[in-house]
Write a protein that binds this ligand. Structure first.
Ligand SMILES: [Zn+2]
Length: 304
C-alpha cells in the first residue's frame, strides 16, 4: 500500500488534526492494487477571512427540493430496494466556500442527516445503461472528470449533467500531482477547468487530485486557487467491485461520508458492468440505512 511514498502527506490546514488514514485511490493506471492516498483533514473552511462572510440570506437560494429518487417500479427494474428519500438540503450549508484564499480540503461533510455522497471519477467507461439507470433512479452523483479520458466523448456526460449532477475537476492527464512542478500542476488543473467549462457551460467548483495525492500540500493548494476550484475533495470510502473499502476500522458509513467510485466497465471490474457495480454500491448504502444526497447541496459556493 505504501509504495511510491504517496502515503506521506503534510498537513496544511492550520490547526487541524492530520488523519493519516489510507484508501485505495483512483487506481486506473494499471496495477489495480491501488496507491495509498491521504485522507483529508476535515477542515471547516475558515469563516470570514478577507472580505467578510456574506449573509446566508443574500446567498442561499430558496429551500431547494430534495433530489427525487425514482419510484418503486424503477428500483425493481434494476433489482434494487429503494433508498430512503434524502432529506431536503440544509438551508445553512455545512461547508461555505470563500472566493479567495486557501481552499479547504475535506473527505466528509459535517451533518447529522443520514446521508452519504457519491462521487464518480475519471470518465473512462461510457456505458449508456448507466445513463438509463440514473435517469430511472435519480440518485445524485458528482462527476470528477479527467480531460484526456473524456475528450473522445464529452457528450456522454451531458444527460447525466441534465439530471442535475455537477461536473468537477480531476486534471487533464491524471498524474501524481506531488511529482509535478507548480507550473505543471497549474496546467493540469487550469486546462481541465477550461475544457470542462467550455463543454458543460459551468465552471467546476471542486477539485480532486488523482489518487488523493498532494491534497494537503501548500503547493497544490496554491495551484488549485489559481485555476478556479474552491475546494479539494477527498473521500472516506472507495467503491471496488461489489463492496466498499472503508477508511474507518468499523467498516460502517457515517453521516456525511463522501464515497469514491469510478466510471469503470467489465475490463476493470472483473467482468462486472458499471451498472452492476453501481447497483451493488446502492445496495451497500441501502442496507446501512443511508440515503444519497447531492454533495453540492451541502456546499455554499462563494458569493460572486
Ligand atoms: Zn482518478
Amino acid at each position: 500500500m505504501n509504495r511510491d511514498g504517496l502515503s506521506r502527506t503534510r498537513t496544511y490546514a492550520a490547526g487541524a488534526l492530520a488523519l493519516l488514514a489510507f484508501a485505495t485511490a483512483c487506481g486506473d493506471n494499471g496495477g489495480g492494487g491501488g496507491s495509498a492516498a491521504p485522507a483529508a483533514t476535515t477542515a471547516a473552511p475558515r469563516a470570514s477571512a478577507a472580505g467578510g462572510t456574506p449573509t446566508a440570506a443574500a446567498t442561499t437560494p430558496g429551500a431547494a427540493p430534495a433530489p427525487a429518487q425514482g419510484d418503486a417500479a424503477a428500483w425493481a427494474k434494476w433489482n434494487l430496494k429503494p433508498l430512503a428519500p434524502a432529506p431536503a438540503p440544509p438551508a445553512d450549508k455545512p461547508i461555505k466556500l470563500e472566493r479567495t484564499g486557501t481552499v479547504p480540503v475535506f473527505s466528509d461533510v459535517k451533518t447529522s442527516d443520514k446521508v452519504v455522497f457519491v462521487t464518480i471519477d475519471d470518465g473512462a467507461e461510457k456505458d449508456p445503461k448507466f445513463v438509463e439507470m440514473l435517469t430511472d433512479l435519480k440518485v445524485p452523483i458528482s462527476m470528477f472528470l479527467t480531460k484526456d479520458i473524456v475528450k473522445n466523448d464529452y457528450g456522454y456526460f451531458k444527460p447525466l449533467q441534465a439530471l442535475g449532477n455537477h461536473i468537477q475537476n480531476h486534471t487533464v492527464t491524471h498524474p501524481v500531482m506531488s511529482k509535478l512542478s507548480a507550473d505543471k500542476q497549474k496546467s493540469e488543473i487550469c486546462d481541465d477547468q477550461a475544457a470542462l467549462t467550455q463543454q458543460y457551460g459551468t465552471a467546476p467548483l471542486l477539485f480532486r487530485p488523482p489518487f488523493g495525492d498532494g491534497a494537503n500540500t501548500p503547493m497544490l493548494n496554491t495551484s488549485v486557487q489559481k485555476c478556479g476550484p474552491r475546494a479539494i475533495v477527498l473521500w472516506r470510502e472507495s467503491m471496488q467491485i461489489h463492496d466498499m473499502q472503508y477508511q474507518a476500522g468499523d467498516k460502517k458509513l457515517k453521516p456525511g461520508d463522501i464515497i469514491l467510485a469510478h466510471f469503470r466497465g467489465p475490463k476493470e471490474l472483473k467482468g462486472a458492468t458499471m451498472t452492476q457495480m453501481f447497483g451493488d454500491l446502492l445496495a451497500r448504502i441501502q442496507e446501512q440505512g443511508f440515503s444519497v444526497a447531492r454533495l453540492e447541496d451541502y456546499i455554499q459556493a462563494p458569493a460572486s
